[in-house]
Write a protein that binds this ligand. Structure first.
Ligand code: GLY
Length: 570
């Protein structure tokens, strides 16, 4: 962090600069203050970063019902400091056994509007409950019940409606109204609740309590599973008990790549995040970015995005079902070829790389959090139920809002989906398959630094993380990574998207002159949560995206007496 720490480094000369492997402080950044507090509570109870991650995930499932939940999935990237073990816990949803490639098409082969987005037919088998139990069992230090206690408390006592809640409920209001069990929990008199109104989730508290007591089978077997399946089937869904009983967590080896002084560690398939990030960085390695003026630099970054997203559309899918050419995609020679195809003065039309049409991009859903404990264990996790409030369907009596992650499959190859992404056979629907994701929980590691970052934002997740990485590479602190103006290209639609006011007028003019079609969004997007541990000075920083309502905390872990706490399980 040469720029950020320039001043500090001068006075460091007299100090021992050898990197320490323990940060001594802990840090948490999440999208909701209650989740950040819960993570701290767990660390102060003697838990480690993995226990804190379980507690945070569970609290986010309660207080951000529009972003993630027990009815959804996610990826947890873990680093255990004692033996430097790194793994991604894949709790992505799976397609039900009765699903099929053309299940969202009518007889004429056209996509049935809304079928992969609304209601239980859009829901894949959830992975979050299994992942929470798995992470606690294999990597945690305190009891599962203790980890779930804060979430149970917030579900019973309620959380207040905020601006963000109102905005996202407004976006999905029709669907929230359609299902009485959903409207009863998430609306107030069948309308968007007033700010400050308490959302109380008694059924969800009971489901969480059962999960805390019975572990994996508390969700995937017994009464919760039976109620879920019954409700789904009553409403034209296709889940069977077997789908839940067969759900399993997968441990995946992270994608690793070197860029300049640091190592990227990120999400492997079934996320596209790690591979696309590594490809983009491999291409950028061919350019001395700092030697270009700001607009040329953006042009190069956009062209790199375009090429990596093209490969995403063509090659990526669930590695348990398709062969993903990982080695080729990550090969520096391949990146060199792609980089050479970039014209420094002209945008490359996406149709020249291969052509299909695509449409508008949406996405304010999904959530990310970052955790570092005072021993150096860390977690970068991105969780989702896909679109805001997922499928909109709550299975009566469970409090569980189901995802609409089936829409992350290529519903009809070469047809754009809700984020405007295209996909092909590699990501077509098949029983038991995991839909391709953009979620990109990431670590950046150099001799002196460890960064933990990620964000929600649908197909724009990967480019947001890229911009954060490049800012880190320039020596800027987490506050800067999370606040940067954002721009994005995803190959199709062939347009350079940017946040409201994200490019200056002269920049826009020059980028148009290069041949880019610009699309200014009418709002900001993303909600990045980031941590930096600067080892030479044992400094820890955390930042929560100013666009969101989250909270970042850096603190000394002082264990609290257990007697002062509420009992975890009734
Ligand atoms: N549902 C968003 C993603 O997985 O990328």
């Amino acid at each position: 962090m040469k720029k950020f720490f320039a001043g500090l480094l001068v006075s460091c000369f007299t100090l021992n600069l050898s990197a320490t492997e323990t940060p001594y402080q802990a840090a948490i950044a999440t999208a909701h203050p209650y989740a950040t507090e819960a993570g701290r509570e767990i660390l102060e109870l003697g838990g480690n970063a993995f226990d804190a991650a379980v507690a945070i995930s569970a609290v986010l499932a309660v207080v951000e019902p529009y972003s993630s939940g027990l009815g959804g999935g996610g990826f947890w990237l873990l680093h255990r400091q004692s033996d430097q073990y790194q793994v991604m816990v894949d709790g992505r949803e799976t397609a039900p056994e009765s699903s099929s490639k053309n299940m969202y098409l009518d007889r004429a082969g056209n996509v049935i509007p809304g079928a992969s987005i609304n209601g239980p037919l859009a829901a894949a088998i959830p992975g979050v409950p299994a992942a929470l139990f798995y992470i606690n069992k294999h990597y945690g230090r305190i009891s599962f019940a203790d980890c779930l206690a804060p979430a149970i408390r917030y579900a019973r006592e309620g959380f207040p409606v905020t601006d963000r809640y109102q905005k996202l409920a407004g976006y999905r209001l029709d669907e929230l109204r359609r299902w009485p069990a959903t409207a009863g929990i998430f609306l107030q008199d069948n309308d968007i609740p007033e700010k400050g109104h308490l959302i109380i989730q008694t059924d969800l508290a009971d489901t969480l309590t059962r999960l805390a007591r019975d572990g994996h089978t508390g969700f995937y077997g017994g009464p919760v599973a039976e109620t879920l399946v019954k409700n789904v089937q009553l409403n034209r869904g296709i889940w069977k008990m077997r789908d839940l009983l067969h759900y399993r967590i997968k441990e995946r080896r992270p994608v690793v790549a070197q860029y300049k002084r640091f190592r990227l560690v990120s999400a492997p398939p079934p996320s596209s995040g790690g591979i696309v990030l590594a490809q983009m960085l491999n291409m950028l390695e061919r350019f001395n970015l700092s030697s270009f003026d700001p607009v040329s630099r953006k042009h190069i970054i956009v062209e790199v995005m375009r090429r990596a997203y093209r490969d995403r559309a063509v090659h990526l899918g669930d590695p348990d079902f398709v062969t993903v050419p990982v080695l080729r995609l990550l090969d520096p020679d391949y990146a060199e070829g792609l980089a050479l195809s970039i014209d420094l003065d002209h945008a490359t039309p996406s149709k020249d790389l291969s052509g299909v049409v695509a449409e508008e991009n949406i996405g304010e859903d999904t959530t990310h959090f970052s955790v570092l404990d005072d021993e150096g264990n860390r977690v970068s996790a991105t969780l989702s139920i896909n679109l805001p409030f997922g499928s909109g369907f709550v299975a009566n009596g469970t409090g569980i809002l189901l995802n609409n992650e089936m829409d992350d499959f290529a519903i009809k190859p070469q047809t754009p989906k809700s984020y405007g992404l295209v996909g092909n056979e590699a990501n077509s629907v098949a029983p038991g398959k995991r839909p391709l994701s953009s979620m990109s929980p990431t670590f950046l590691e150099s001799e002196d630094e460890v960064a933990i970052l990620g964000t929600p934002g649908g197909s724009r997740i990967i480019t947001m993380v890229l911009l954060g990485i490049l800012d880190f590479a320039e020596g800027n602190p987490p506050e800067s990574w999370v606040s940067l103006p954002r721009f994005h290209h995803q190959y199709l639609p062939d347009e350079l998207q940017f946040e409201k006011d994200g490019l200056t007028l002269p920049e826009q003019e020059q980028l148009r002159a290069y041949g880019h079609r610009l699309n200014e969004k009418n709002r900001e997007y993303g909600n990045m949560q980031a941590i930096l541990w600067y080892k030479p000075r044992q400094l820890v920083f955390a930042a929560s995206d100013p666009r969101g309502e989250g909270a970042a905390d850096v603190f000394d872990v002082i264990e609290q007496p257990r007697l002062a706490r509420e009992s975890s399980i009734p």
